[in-house]
Design a binder for this molecule. Structure first.
Ligand SMILES: *[C@@H]1O[C@H](CO)[C@@H](O)[C@H](O)[C@H]1NC(C)=O
Ligand SMILES: *[C@@H]1O[C@H](CO)[C@@H](O)[C@H](O)[C@H]1NC(C)=O
Ligand SMILES: *[C@@H]1O[C@H](CO)[C@@H](O)[C@H](O)[C@H]1NC(C)=O
Ligand SMILES: *[C@@H]1O[C@H](CO)[C@@H](O)[C@H](O)[C@H]1NC(C)=O
Ligand SMILES: CC(=O)N[C@H]1CO[C@H](CO)[C@@H](O)[C@@H]1O
Length: 729
């Protein structure tokens, strides 16, 4: 009996176990997205578990690849980017169509893995105009560390990576509700003493020299051709925003995907000799733009499917006119309100613009002068002769307000006695094309390089579907309000003469071979404005004229130069793109204005800007062109995108200034000065604290103890003073 009982008991126990197992199976494992639903701060591993739980849907995968491929037919640069000319050959050599073919044949463990591969593939173009973003993953949660880094130059000229001196100020203000997690994660005697890490020298990152991590990031960060510029992305920086100077954490301290769970550093704290090892966790914070969810199903439904603006509209059917493209929130420029549509040249990024505020101690204390308009702010330096324009974007305020404000601000500086000008375009991702030309024109006055054109001649891609769009607009009068990019009435030929409404300005195309591939660009040639003797050669690369003067200049430009160009300096961290590049390049190459990059690695060429383009746009905008032209059923037209994605492109590409036959995009833009961030430079504005510290009470002593030299790298006024001292004597 006993054995039978035992057997029954076993069977029974087994049965119970089986039932439990079955019910676990029925319920499934805990929903990985429910784990992170409804919370502000979560572990990156949990975000990854949610993202990785979505299997690849073959129909969605092929939809994405189809939309991206067919949109790339409108991107000017695909064939150039197979192998860029020197000095960028080493950094831009991506054959997108080969890689998209590879991706289509690869099987992925999850939709997230597919996304990472596609995103990085397109980022390898190192072209901030041509970026694939899927809001289901990119920046849905931002992955943070409380210790942004900077590259500082010691007195003997050696450069070392440091935790920024202002790290704790930034982190305690921005991450007040999470800082205790990092405080508690510090080992042994450092527990609770996050503040003492500020300014520390970083000797190793995850067991390797810090620049291993800097360079690994440079391979995946995208956006800029130059290596130095992509290295700089790792480090913290600032930007003029619409209300303040904002603080960019840099790619080390902020990831747009949950890539890392923790970092182990060997550090040497300020006033310490013995290196210490710390491990800090990354923490993921939900993006305010992410729609709340409490399950995988609601995460997908709320954040991963196409939304208003993902796809274009037929303007004939849309009563509200042009819907804003979903690309807007990833453009690296604050939103603008402008009554009339103005063409943009602006880069996109998988991370949104930062809304972290630069610590108050680092913000300029002088009042912003007349003419300031938020994202563009004027200051007079203490020397009484150096005026400063801090310009965080070429859009981000009303178009007319920007043009009149730029003029008023420069005139205000002059009336106060400014004889020299610093234009700080740190992290300026571009914006209105005509505002860039306007600023060039008003600083240097009317001359052959600014009238009738202050920018670059351009060409658009001339594919078969683009030609059909123009023909449909003409034949069927489909764009009476002149809202479409391809409307001939929106463009001038190189004589500055508007194309007639019935002129298919894409015919005949200019057929060329680029890197062994047949390509075609818009035709229209005219040699009136050419300064080079090799004009005949250029006829094979004919060009569009400019469209800013007179209609894109909404204030009256002065008839004299406001500043002598030998007394103008453009300063940034190299991360000046798109319309910012159009401005900086014409100022540097045509007017001889000096350029400065701040804080770059000294043995790496620092480019003062990158990602030039000419005019940028995106899939949704092109889809509106196609739909309004009644061509959505063409086999060349991308289908409607099913996911919450954005694909940016360069729609017009600017011709070069030195080599006028080739795009400016891959010509060199070396900065005149790579300004090292030194202890001296950083210390300047805090010297009064330091002096007080010697004689005053305990708290000041503590302050002095922890900040003896490196007071701050992200100190705009200190940087402007150093630039004036070095380049404007
Ligand atoms: C999830 O959210 C939906 C509304 O978005 C709500 O109806 C549902 O009850 C929630 N479920 C749970 C388990 O909280
Ligand atoms: C700034 O504008 C105010 C109001 O228009 C004016 O009173 C003041 O003189 C201006 N300041 C300068 C320096 O132009
Ligand atoms: C501009 O500055 C340079 C160098 O200081 C000087 O030679 C030139 O005469 C100045 N031009 C004007 C128009 O003042
Ligand atoms: C597309 O649709 C139009 C009518 O809307 C038709 O005339 C045309 O033949 C179609 N083209 C293709 C390629 O199906
Ligand atoms: C530090 C700083 O200047 N903060 C300001 C940022 O902008 C907001 C809104 O204008 C102000 O309220 C803050 O004082």
């Amino acid at each position: 009996m006993a054995p039978l009982h035992q057997l029954l008991a076993l069977v029974s126990a087994f049965g119970v176990i089986t039932i439990h197992a079955a019910s676990d199976l029925q319920k499934g494992k805990p929903d990985p997205c429910a784990v992170i639903g409804g919370q502000k701060w979560v572990a990156p591993a949990d975000v990854r578990a949610c993202f990785s739980s979505f299997k690849v849907d073959p129909a969605i995968k092929s939809n994405i690849l189809d939309v991206v491929s067919k949109t790339l037919a409108f991107h000017t640069s695909v064939n150039y980017q197979i192998k860029a000319p020197e000095p960028f050959t080493e950094f831009v050599h991506e054959d997108l169509f080969k890689d998209i073919e590879r991706i289509s044949k690869t099987s992925y463990p999850s939709d997230y893995d597919l996304h990472v591969d596609l995103s990085r593939t397109i980022k390898r173009l190192n072209d901030g105009h041509c970026v694939w973003i899927n809001a289901c993953y990119d920046s849905s949660f931002l992955n943070f560390l409380p210790i942004p880094l900077a590259l500082l130059t010691e007195k003997d000229g050696t450069q070392n990576v440091h935790i920024v001196p202002e790290a704790f100020q930034v982190a305690s203000a921005e991450f007040a509700d999470e800082i205790s997690v990092w405080q508690d994660a510090l080992p042994g005697p450092l527990k609770g003493k996050l503040e003492t890490l500020s300014g520390a020298k970083v000797l190793a990152i995850n067991g390797k020299p810090p620049f291993d991590a800097v360079n690994a990031n440079a391979l995946i960060t995208g956006s800029f051709q130059g290596l130095g510029t992509r290295q700089n992305a790792f480090f913290s920086s600032y930007a003029r925003s619409t209300t303040n100077f904002s603080y960019s954490m840099g790619n080390f301290a902020q990831q747009s995907l949950p890539l890392s769970d923790s970092v182990t550093l060997v550090i040497q704290r300020v006033n310490h000799i013995v290196p210490e090892v710390i491990t800090l966790p990354y923490r993921s914070r939900i993006n305010p733009a992410t729609v709340p969810f409490n399950s995988s199903a609601s995460y997908r439904a709320n954040n991963c499917v196409a939304v208003d603006g993902t796809n274009g509209v037929d303007l004939q059917e849309s009563s509200s006119g042009l819907a804003p493209s979903a690309a807007g929130k990833f453009q690296q420029a604050p939103p603008s309100s402008s009554s009339k549509k103005h063409f943009l040249n602006v880069i996109m990024d998988t991370a949104p613009l930062s809304d972290v505020v630069l610590p108050p101690a680092l913000q300029p204390t002088a009042p912003a002068l007349n003419g300031s308009f938020g994202v563009g702010t004027f200051y007079m330096q203490k020397d009484g002769k150096t005026g400063v324009l801090a310009l965080g974007s070429f859009s981000g305020a009303d178009f007319n307000v920007m043009e009149s404000g730029l003029l008023e601000g420069l005139l205000t500086l002059k009336s106060m006695g400014a004889t020299q000008l610093i234009v700080d375009v740190t992290n300026n991702g571009g914006g209105f094309i005509c505002v860039a030309h306007w600023l060039h024109r008003i600083i240097v006055g009317p001359k052959s390089t600014t009238v009738p054109e202050a920018g670059l001649d351009t060409k658009a891609r001339d594919g078969p579907l683009a030609r059909q769009i123009v023909q449909q607009i003409i034949d069927k009068n489909l764009d009476p309000n002149q809202e479409l990019l391809y409307n001939p009435l929106n463009w001038n030929d190189a004589n500055g003469v508007q194309f007639p409404a019935t002129d298919n300005w894409l015919l005949p195309p200019v057929n060329v071979q680029i890197n062994g591939h047949a390509d075609a660009f818009t035709q229209r040639s005219n040699f009136l404005n050419l300064k080079e003797p090799d004009a005949i050669l250029i006829s094979s690369a004919s060009r569009l004229g400019q469209e800013c003067q007179p209609s894109g200049f909404t204030s009256t430009p002065p008839d004299v130069a406001l500043f002598n160009s030998s007394k103008v300096v453009i300063v940034s961290n190299g991360r000046c793109a798109s319309s910012c590049s159009l401005f900086s390049i014409t100022m540097a190459k045509e007017e001889g204005v000096k350029t400065v990059v701040v804080g770059g690695k000294k043995d790496v060429q620092q480019e003062y800007c990158g990602t030039v383009g000419g005019q940028s746009t995106d899939y949704s905008t092109i889809d509106t062109e196609i739909k309004t032209a009644q061509l959505k059923n063409s086999s060349l037209a991308p289908p409607d995108l099913l996911v919450n994605g954005v694909q940016g492109i360069t729609w017009r590409l600017g011709f070069g200034i030195q080599d006028t036959t080739q795009p400016e995009e891959w010509q060199d833009h070396p900065a005149d000065l790579n300004l090292p961030l030194t202890p001296d430079l950083c210390a300047a504005p805090f010297s009064s604290h330091a002096k007080r510290a010697n004689t005053f009470a305990f708290p000041a002593l503590i302050f002095f103890f922890f900040f003896p030299f490196f007071v701050s790298v992200n100190n705009p006024v200190a940087i402007w003073e150093a630039v004036a001292a070095k380049l404007l004597v």
